[in-house]
Design a protein around this ligand. Structure first.
Ligand code: K1U
Ligand code: ZN
Length: 173
């Protein structure tokens, strides 16, 4: 396994749409293992392949709380099949937009279909934090970030902050 670098805003690779994975081969299994290691090290509760510059439709998650047994979830070619009408507003963060948190309103429950590491197509109903994390991670695969759901004012403020940080970093190196 290997820890990978997480891309940070304004990296434009975060805006690319990921490609479907044709087969669950050893390279996909290795990528999933690297992503889990990267997510646990961050630490985070989810990670999409696009966040490490791999334009593949693969996400990992672990919603187990501190002290609980780890519960890694790997979703290959995930698709949300059903959204609840009921919505919920929760605070979201993103490993590609560090140290920023905003409230986002999303459907409270979703049904997600995905291929697991054994190559089996699985259907899972998600609610609570898992439902929010699934939506956040699947958005990444389509180049969508949670700040896209904020007002233009808030989104532009976040973008400017990271553009400025990138400029300063380039100047220093
Ligand atoms: O996709 C990502 O950038 C990961 C992101 C997932 C996420 C967080 C909140 C709502 C929806 C999706 C994170 O994991 S941010 C870090 C975080 O939430 C966390 C970190 C350590 C312990 C508990 C939570
Ligand atoms: Zn994110």
């Amino acid at each position: 396994m290997a820890k990978r670098e997480i891309l940070v805003l304004p990296d434009q690779r975060l805006r690319q749409v990921a490609d479907t994975i044709p087969d669950v081969d050893d390279a996909v299994k290795q990528l999933a293992a690297d992503m889990l290691e990267t997510m646990y090290a961050a630490p985070g509760i989810g990670l999409a392949a696009t966040q490490i510059g791999e334009m593949k439709r693969l996400v990992v998650m672990d919603l187990a709380k501190e002290g609980e047994t780890p519960d890694p979830i790997v979703m290959i070619n995930p698709e949300i099949k059903k959204y609840s009408d009921e919505t919920v507003t929760t605070e979201e963060g993103c490993l590609s937009i560090p140290e920023i948190y905003y409230d986002v309103e999303r459907p409270a429950e979703v049904t997600v279909e995905y291929t697991d590491l054994e190559g089996k197509r699985v259907t899972r109903d998600a609610k609570d934090r898992l439902a929010i994390c699934v939506q956040h991670e699947l958005d990444h695969l389509d180049g969508v970030l949670y700040i896209d759901y904020l007002s233009r004012l808030k989104r532009d403020r976040v973008l400017k902050k990271f553009q400025k940080a990138e400029k300063l970093q380039k100047k220093a190196s």
